[in-house]
Design a protein around this ligand. Structure first.
Ligand SMILES: Cc1ncc(COP(=O)(O)O)c(C=O)c1O
Length: 452
């Protein structure tokens, strides 16, 4: 094992080494239990006599900084508080009940299936898997996805037109960096996505959403270069983009040459409505289709994909190369195995049943309240629209806080003046064992607000 020590040349050899070890332990850089190198090895590394190192270790053992453990060599013994790490990151308070939208149940990750695929994929991985590779990603995964997306989502995909990304967010940001100009983004939508593309210099204009989905009929003549939409399940309101709006969107792209960025983030989860095929299948030259494993498996993987129109394949691959070479290979190989052996479909089918049960429980709990539920036919969240003269989002937030409950709110998702008030309920997020108590907290929150 390597040990870095700042030796002061002005000190004697032994006392210099002792001081450096004491300082490393006191600062917390060497945590309690850390095993130190054997005296012979450290002596070689530092160019000292072995006896000098032995004597320094003995001195620190006598002082209580180190301890000699039978069979474990010399270890750090002093309980030193780790030095506080200065942080500018916002502290995230963990709510007792978490029904915020944006994630599925991370505890349901299919560990056994993933492990089995990882073992198989790694065991049979080609040697080039361990070197730099194609910026578009591993050919095994691109081939598996081309088959899966064609079959399950109606996407027209060839492995050569697919680029694997570190999640949806990276795909969107790469496109924004290449296209630049003006992006129309659904409003309400995802603030993080607007912010991310603003940071690469894109101008963002809001595209309002009504009961038929995004107002794609408003795109023409606005100088828009690209539009990002969630046609299968608008985030967060939950509509499927109305056929007229789909037509208007495709007409806009064909006549203006603008790009449609199709965000298919949660389309696998549909319950009591017919599956809605991807828009991309109808106009592959005009649509960049983006998907992700964040809802189906878990956001920790950071694996997503883009299916690109021919004109964008080289620019996107080049942008990906200059961002991070490519997405890491071993996860890609594992996912390719999971998809080709149908473990991915199996996991989605099981998850769909679980989320459907949760969705039905949610509906049951909120039955009878004067709220309008939308987006409940699909996805992992639902929107409860509040009545015009009833409690406000602020009222719900206060009551929810009192119950230790975190929720999402419609006004947080919008830059346009909001005319509607609503609560976004991420029923997919809690682990199974915590779901019923989260629903009880939700029911109590609504009961408190509507009883007034
Ligand atoms: C609308 C929407 N798009 C995409 C994603 C997934 O993004 P990523 O793949 O970067 O995790 C999410 C996840 O919460 C989402 O809500």
């Amino acid at each position: 094992m390597d040990l870095h020590l700042d030796l002061d040349a002005a000190e004697g050899l032994r006392s210099g080494l002792e001081q450096a070890l004491r300082a490393a332990v006191r600062s917390g850089r060497l945590a309690t239990g850390t095993r130190l190198p054997a005296t012979r090895r450290l002596a070689e590394d530092l160019g000292l006599a072995r006896g000098t190192v032995r004597a320094a270790y003995d001195q620190l053992i006598a002082e209580g900084y180190l301890a000699a453990r039978q069979g474990a060599g010399t270890v750090v013994a002093l309980a030193s508080p780790a030095a506080p790490v200065p942080s500018t990151a916002p502290a995230v308070e963990q709510p007792r009940h978490d029904l915020r939208p944006g994630s599925g149940d991370a505890s349901a990750f299919p560990v056994a299936a993933w492990l089995e695929s990882a073992r198989r994929a790694l065991g049979s991985a080609r040697a080039d898997s361990f070197g730099y590779g194609d910026p578009r990603g591993r050919p095994e995964l691109r081939a598996a996805l081309a088959g899966y997306l064609g079959r399950a989502r109606g996407v027209s995909a060839h492995p050569d037109s697919i680029v694997i990304t570190n999640g949806y967010l990276q795909g969107l940001t790469l496109l924004a960096a290449i296209i630049g100009g003006t992006f129309a983004m659904e409003d309400p939508g995802v603030p993080m996505h607007r912010e991310a593309i603003r940071r690469v210099g894109t101008r963002v204009v809001p595209l309002p959403v009504d009961d038929l989905g995004a107002r794609t009929d408003l795109l023409s003549g606005r100088g828009v270069d690209a539009v990002e939409v969630t046609p299968a399940h608008q985030c967060p309101t939950g509509q499927t983009l109305h056929p007229e709006r789909r037509r208007a969107l495709l007409d806009w792209a064909r006549s203006s040459g603008g790009l449609i960025v199709e965000n298919d983030y949660d389309a696998e989860f549909r319950y009591d409505r017919k599956p809605v095929g991807a828009l991309q299948g109808a106009a592959p030259d005009h649509v960049a289709y983006l998907g992700t494993t964040s809802k189906t498996l878990g956001p920790a993987l950071r694996i997503g994909w883009m299916v690109l129109p021919p004109r964008l394949i080289t620019p996107v691959a080049d942008a990906k190369l200059h961002t991070d070479h490519h997405t890491e290979h071993l996860g890609q190989l594992t996912l390719a195995d999971l998809i080709t052996r149908h473990g991915y479909d199996r996991h989605i089918r099981i998850s769909r049943q679980r989320y459907l049960r949760r969705r039905d429980q949610l509906r049951h709990h909120l039955a009878g309240l004067p709220i309008t539920m939308t987006g409940i036919a699909a996805g992992l969240h639902a929107l409860a629209l509040l009545p015009p003269h009833g409690p406000t989002e602020a009222d719900i937030r206060t009551a929810a806080h009192a119950h230790g409950l975190a929720l999402g709110y419609l006004s947080e998702r919008s830059e346009l003046p909001s005319t509607r008030q609503g609560v976004i309920i991420g029923y997919g997020r809690p682990p199974d064992h915590a779901y019923t108590s989260a629903l009880d907290a939700l029911t109590a929150t609504f009961a408190a607000c509507f009883a007034r």
